[in-house]
Design a protein around this ligand. Sequence first.
Ligand code: GAP
Length: 448
Amino acid sequence: MSGKVDMDKIVSLCKRRGLIFPSSEIYGGLASCWDYGPMGVELKRNIRDAWWKAIVQERDDVVGLDTSIMMHPGVWAASGHIDSFTDPLVECKSCHLRWRADRIEGQGCPKCAGELTEPRMFNLMFKTFMGPVEEEASTIHLRPETAQGIFVNFENVITTSRKKLPLGIAQIGKSFRNEITPGNFIFRTREFEHMELEYFVKPGTDEKWLDYWVKERFDWYVKLGIRKENLRLRQHGKDELAHYARDCHDIEYLFPMGWSELEGIANRGDFDLIQHAKCSGKELSYYDDEAAERYVPYVIEPSAGVDRSVLAFLIDAYDDEEVEGEKRTVLHLHPSLAPIKVAVLPLSRNEKLAPLAKDVYKQLCPSFMTYYDDSQSIGRRYRRQDEVGTPFCVTIDFESLEDKQVTIRERDSLAQIRVPIEELKKILEAKLKGEAFDASPLWATRQK
Ligand code: GAP
């Protein structure tokens, strides 16, 4: 939908259907922190899994890693984050609200038009103390990107994986940034999850690999159902490049507040390996036996946010429709992302139907995330599943007791087919992979 859907509708659906809740809500919430509920945790896990499958599992030139959030203080000095990971901060002299100077229009405070202080550079890393003594020497930072855990393990991975360059190292994990102005729901938060790939290449081949990864990553979103017209590429101007980047292309999505960054793909050159080699005293280079030469690899970095992807997938899938004279809210999510794949719904809560319906549920749940629901009318149960994007509902009726067949209803087309219970699992497997129902599901037509 996007462009048309407003964020309040997404926030309200997320709360109502157990996707995302305000954090610490019973205490009044904590600004810009959010908790993923039973449906949200599945959606988020499916996005992570889809990324890992495309980036690690289906490639022989990428391996995975999981490094610690707290790292040696020297890492952040070497990486440039202590000196350069800053945003310009201004404060209103009247109401004392703080703003990012580069994100406000006009001269005065956006809230009260009061006079603003001169900008000062504010470091975005969270600080804490390691161990029982709270002193300068025990100060450490929570990582603002997962990338540095990869760079400091470059030598470990190269020597143990026995792989040749080009080689990628991928990581998914939490990052923390003390953003001056978080907001727009889960778009910008202070605690979020990164999906990052550091792809090490021979210098001179970096531009080719940058183009390659920009295309790969753009196509990944389209393959998972985001409409092409809601995505665009934007190259960074020289003045907006991060301190480590030689070049960077953002994949932007048309969020309700306008075109905004969804993922960045940067050419980090040899900046990080050179810095860590200099500051740690360890050589970080690669011996290329085919070319019989040693060099410091360049790095291409596709860096995506899990939470921001969740938001884009939700917005793009969201629709308010009128079907059969009734209004429904539906998420046209790609089946691989849908929190629940199949809902098993006995026509009514009836003691004759329950044993067969529970049997069907038990047959399906080892293979798919399956949901059993026998409360309220069948129409309301369909609507509840539509709202969380469940691709298929399986209905068990009184005829099922006789003919051992059930009805499958497809979320987007609302088409229904009747199938034998003993073939149900096989049929659902094929349909979840995109085999045509009566009509092609919407997510499959969007890929064309
Ligand atoms: N290692 C490179 C890096 O972190 P970035 O452009 O700062 O690059 C990459 O971040 C992605 O991480 C962004 O495109 C966005 O999806 C996500 N991200 C960054 N800051 C975020 C925040 N405060 N809240 C949510 N997601 C964020």
